[in-house]
Design a protein around this ligand. Structure first.
Ligand code: FAD
Length: 450
């Protein structure tokens, strides 16, 4: 066991921890980053699978994500646009495949009217919410005690409208069923992206990708930090008092004046604290849980949908794969689709054998893209639920009532211990932009106190 002394020990080498470490080092403080895995990046992971470069974790960048965009520029990383030419595909309640252009879904006129009206209502509410302080909204408690599903039911009796609007926050973002989180949590998700309209606009929220993959961000940040990053070093115990901390990881022990826990909040209680964290933290961390989604990649000899005049963008709340996109990797002439299977649908297919699951998922893709979708040359399912150091995807959110009750204390430091993660962000919540933003803010708080 090696023993070192630093100003700050950072637990977790994801985008948030590495950003905080970078900022602290720039300010002249010494750091050690302890990472449980044998790689940096956490939920950012670009890998070669059977000869195809795939983004197993996060990948998209949207135009409002200025913290991420600054970091990309600083690291000299270039972006490219998601392919979006041609018609999009929607599957109706009866299973009919319909194509459309622009943002208006091909639904009956009454449903369309209800969808537009729900988007307007949500945009108006979101405009009143400060993503950094959603609990301060005058109706915060009321909105936090009603599930998003029930709230939608109070707004319209049109089920197709409710399912479509619900899908954009539930299956597509928080990756929990719409009955499992509150209307306030849904509003925070939308406010963190600027508006609800931004979330429904794939051209906005899924705008660009990074050449070389988004894991380049943590990889390049870690390169700059050099020997200050320790891999295969899960922190098991954190001893602390007002004067400082000792982080005890496998193979290395770091004494420091401050600690940053740059972990998904569900993993905070995996560490033993001596003395235990205070009552408030022990309670509040129990009210956050990870969503769950399978990100599926299917690579084909050619992007055949493009040849047929389709953008690759497809969605339906009635399909196992509720959304799918063209995800061709920069420079690879083959065609790649990415699709998502969320929450209870993901639970259901994980009860099947791997072969049956693949068959069900490809069948769902074929409902959008036709028979050719059944025969990919590379097929891969990201399974973040099995990752010990993540335990779900994309990120963590509060249970019913949790955001109004505990949200304000989520990032409050405990003595020398600070908290930093995308799952604790306001703007950029659950996204890499939020991870970077919170990493910078946490570093600034420590620099101010040091
Ligand atoms: P993490 O990346 O989770 O980093 C935490 C780190 O802590 C990990 O490296 C972990 O190994 C380590 N760790 C945990 N416990 C310990 C311990 N005890 N000791 C030491 N180390 C420990 N975001 C986007 O912006 N755009 C997208 O397109 C997008 N798509 C996504 C798709 C998927 C499938 C997933 C999973 C996520 C996606 N996200 C996306 C979300 C984004 O990836 C995350 O919000 C962001 O990467 C989180 O960064 P973080 O540093 O806060 O946390």
């Amino acid at each position: 066991m090696s023993s070192i002394e630093r100003d700050v020990v950072i637990v977790g080498a994801g985008a948030s921890g590495l950003t905080a470490a970078t900022e602290l080092k720039k300010a002249g403080l010494t750091v050690a980053v302890l990472e449980a895995r044998d790689r940096v990046g956490g939920r950012l992971w670009t890998d070669d699978v059977d000869g195809a470069t795939l983004e197993i974790g996060g990948q998209w960048v949207s135009p409002d994500q200025d913290a991420l965009i600054d970091t990309l520029a600083d690291l000299g990383l270039e972006t490219y646009e998601r392919y979006r030419e041609g018609r999009n595909i929607y599957i109706s309640p009866s299973g009919e495949r319909r194509t459309f252009e622009g943002e208006i879904f091909p639904v009956p006129p009454k449903t369309e009217h209800e969808i537009v009206s729900l988007i307007d209502k949500l945009d108006a509410l979101v405009a009143e919410i400060d993503p950094d302080r959603p609990w301060e909204h005058p109706l915060a408690e009321e909105l936090d005690e009603i599930s998003f599903r029930r709230w939608l039911e109070t707004q319209t009796d049109d089920e197709e409208a409710r399912l479509n609007i619900g899908m954009f926050i539930a299956g597509a973002m928080l990756t929990k069923p719409a009955h499992a989180f509150s209307a306030l949590q849904a509003l925070l998700m939308a406010a963190s992206a600027g508006s609800f309209s931004n979330l429904v606009d794939a051209d906005f929220i899924l705008d660009k990708r990074v050449k070389g993959g988004l894991q380049q961000v943590p990889l390049l940040l870690a390169d700059r930090l050099g020997d200050d990053v320790h891999l295969n070093a899960p922190v098991r115990t954190l001893r602390w008092d007002e004067a400082g901390v000792t982080a005890i990881a496998d193979g290395v022990e770091v004494k420091a004046r401050f600690a940053i826990l740059a972990l998904p909040p569900v993993l905070i209680s995996r560490i033993s604290y001596e003395p235990p964290l205070p009552r408030r933290q022990q309670q509040l961390h129990q009210h956050l849980s990870m969503g769950f989604v399978i990100k599926v990649h299917a690579v084909y000899e050619t992007p055949f949908w493009r040849e047929d005049g389709y953008s690759g963008t497809a969605f339906s709340p009635y399909e196992l794969v509720h959304e799918a996109y063209d995800n061709c990797y920069d420079g690879d002439p083959r065609g790649t689709l990415v699709g998502f299977v969320s929450d209870e649908a993901a639970d259901a297919v994980f009860r099947l054998s791997a072969e049956e699951r693949k068959a069900r998922i490809l069948e769902s893709l074929s409902h959008y893209y036709g028979e050719k979708a059944l025969s990919p040359v590379v097929y891969y399912e990201s399974d973040w639920g099995s990752e010990e150091w993540t335990r779900g995807a994309y990120a963590a959110s509060f249970d019913m009532g949790g955001l109004a009750r505990y949200g304000a204390d989520l990032r409050t430091p405990v003595g020398p211990i600070h908290f930093s993660c995308s799952d604790m962000a306001g703007k950029g919540y659950q996204h890499v932009d939020g991870a970077i933003r919170v990493g910078r803010e946490t570093a600034a708080a420590i620099i101010g106190a040091a």
